[in-house]
Write a protein that binds this ligand. Sequence first.
Ligand SMILES: N[C@@H](CCC(=O)N[C@@H](CS)C(=O)NCC(=O)O)C(=O)O
Length: 203
Amino acid sequence: MKLYFAPMTCSLSPHIVLRELGLPFELIRVNNKTKATADSHDFRDINPKGYVAALMLDNGQVLTEGPAIVQYLADQVPGNSLAPANGTWERTRLQELLNFITSEIHGGSAPLFNVDIPEPTKEIFRQKLFKRLDYLNNGLMNKDYLLGDFGLADAYLFTVLKWLPFFNIDIEKWPKLESFMNRIETRPSVRAAIAAEEATQPV
Ligand SMILES: N[C@@H](CCC(=O)N[C@@H](CS)C(=O)NCC(=O)O)C(=O)O
């Protein structure tokens, strides 16, 4: 499998999951501005949507959309601890949470990267995001991970909350989220994924 990624973006989530599961993969860097890839393609030929992450399977099929990619990966390793089995109520709960993270946190924070959006408008997005962070912080009151043990949702939430400093949002306002981030940062898979991304050459 090949994971097309760009450093510090949402592709870190499937990257962490690949390492947690011990699956073999090749990491291919994408320049998100020019859409050039480290394996000499125009990334839009691989993912016509033009954004990471994209997972190319050994049969040439390409899977996109973070929540779909991580669930596909987990399903390659039956009995793994990252995702409950397909078709169970617990799996539905995981899907509910992945959807919340992708639409409310990932999608909700994307406008804050946009330099063309004026500050007062960004503040509206920021305030909405704060309500979502309150919800997540409360949910972590009596547990270390979102659904019990470390799993797909934690890798994704960690990835998108890594962006908060870029938006001048101080995570200290949400102490449970802050300790969640510190806890996940120490995982060998997370350290290895971040180090591997940093070690790649710009395209
Ligand atoms: N809906 C997609 C969104 C992916 C996405 O937002 N990718 C960003 C990085 S986090 C990207 O590559 N943006 C570049 C672009 O849109 O040109 C998913 O959940 O995977």
